[in-house]
Design a binder for this molecule. Structure first.
Ligand SMILES: [Zn+2]
Length: 374
């Protein structure tokens, strides 16, 4: 058995901060799931993710593997959230964290604290919808909104390493190949302003994503798109990345790299898109910690068709540093086991496997996010 992945220094291309308080069992379990409603008769520890926490996070906190949930949480509380988070984040072996700070229904660490806790560098990803909604709150008219948003996005892009859209949550990924006309946009923004609330109008969202493409091309920033599963605010069938086909065909010469995040259970569709479109990059973040010991199967399916130069690593850790750690650890364990099996089967050489690991661990991310190495 070789150790192809154990020492790989990772770039986590998509994650969030961690919670800044000690968590009781209820609060911990609420972050151990994508469900937003409590299910008192169904412990979240009774899942692949729960097993993974007990098996692989427990030793990082100085406990035996497989300890029960209560014992795990007692130890976590005794260490305190800061120390427990620092241990888990540092054990992930990540040098650069690309943080989406645009979604925080609970208080999470910002970029400086992530860097402090983890001992790496934190970089900002700007979420388009968050900026749009902030600007909308201040704009007097549809015309003012479009102009102000463009200015604000330029300002935000100047300090970021990438842009991100959650269009999948805001009407779905069936994005138009071209942005709408100014008149159509103005009418749609007027309708949105009349109702208020968050941005869900598909025409405005489509325009916003195309604005992201334009600004991304100008600043050399990639555009990340949430695809596949997520919390229950999502309609999963609207988050199938193959819905993006026309949009991707239309943007292939835009100069922007489009990053398909998460993708599960559509990671095979995403792999196909990366196969046919040279500006598409994919990951299976979020899925890896959630499917736990089954993540080798997901990684194998992603690699069936995705070019090795189009796959990046991410954890999509959110709230619990356990998710950041498991994203990295399970990636190391399962990709390592997969490649060992392929070497044993004479599918590839050790040198080929080493190049694949280096590509997915960081080389592809450095090419995608050119500002990370600046
Ligand atoms: Zn995320």
């Amino acid at each position: 058995m070789t150790d192809l992945t154990g020492e790989a220094a990772l770039i986590d291309q998509h994650c969030h901060g961690v919670v800044t308080t000690d968590l009781d069992r209820l609060a911990f379990e609420a972050l151990l799931t994508e469900a937003t409603r409590a299910t008192p008769d169904r412990s979240r520890f009774d899942s692949m993710l729960g097993l993974a926490v007990r098996r692989w996070c427990a030793p990082v906190l100085g406990l035996p593997a497989h300890v029960g949930p209560d014992e795990y949480l007692e130890r976590r509380a005794a260490l305190g959230w800061w120390e427990a988070s620092a241990r888990l984040l540092r054990a992930a072996g990540v040098t650069d964290w690309l943080v989406d700070a645009g979604f925080a229904p609970v208080a999470l660490t910002g970029l400086p604290e992530v860097a402090d806790l983890a001992g790496g560098t934190a970089h900002e990803i700007v979420r388009l919808e968050t900026v749009a909604e902030r600007v909308a709150g201040l704009a007097g008219s549809a015309e003012e909104f479009a102009a102000d948003l463009e200015t604000e996005l330029h300002r935000a892009a100047a300090g970021a390493v990438g842009l991100k859209s959650v269009a999948a949550y805001r009407g779905g990924l069936d994005l138009p190949a071209r942005p709408p006309s100014a008149a159509a946009l103005s009418a749609a923004v007027g309708r949105w302003f009349a109702v208020g609330g968050r941005l869900t109008d598909p025409l405005v969202v489509g325009w916003l994503v195309h604005l992201g493409v334009r600004v991304g091309a100008e600043f050399g920033l990639p555009l990340q798109l949430h695809t596949g599963f997520g919390d229950d605010d999502l309609r999963l069938h609207h988050a199938d990345p193959s819905l993006l086909t026309d949009f991707l065909a239309a943007t292939r010469d835009s100069g922007v790299t489009v990053v398909l995040l998460h993708c599960w259970p559509f990671h095979r569709q995403a792999a196909y898109l990366a196969h046919v479109f040279g500006h598409v990059v994919v990951d299976v973040g979020l899925a890896v910690p959630h499917v736990g010991a089954r993540s080798g199967a997901v990684l194998a399916e992603l690699l069936e068709l995705a070019p090795f130069g189009a796959v990046c690593f991410s954890s999509d850790g959110y709230g619990l540093p356990e998710l950041h750690y498991l994203g990295a650890w399970l990636w190391r364990r399962e990709l390592g086991r997969l490649l060992d099996a392929w070497i044993a089967d004479d599918v590839l050489t050790c040198a080929d496997a080493e190049r694949l690991v280096a590509a997915v661990a960081r080389d592809n991310a450095l090419r995608t996010y050119s500002r990370v190495s600046e």
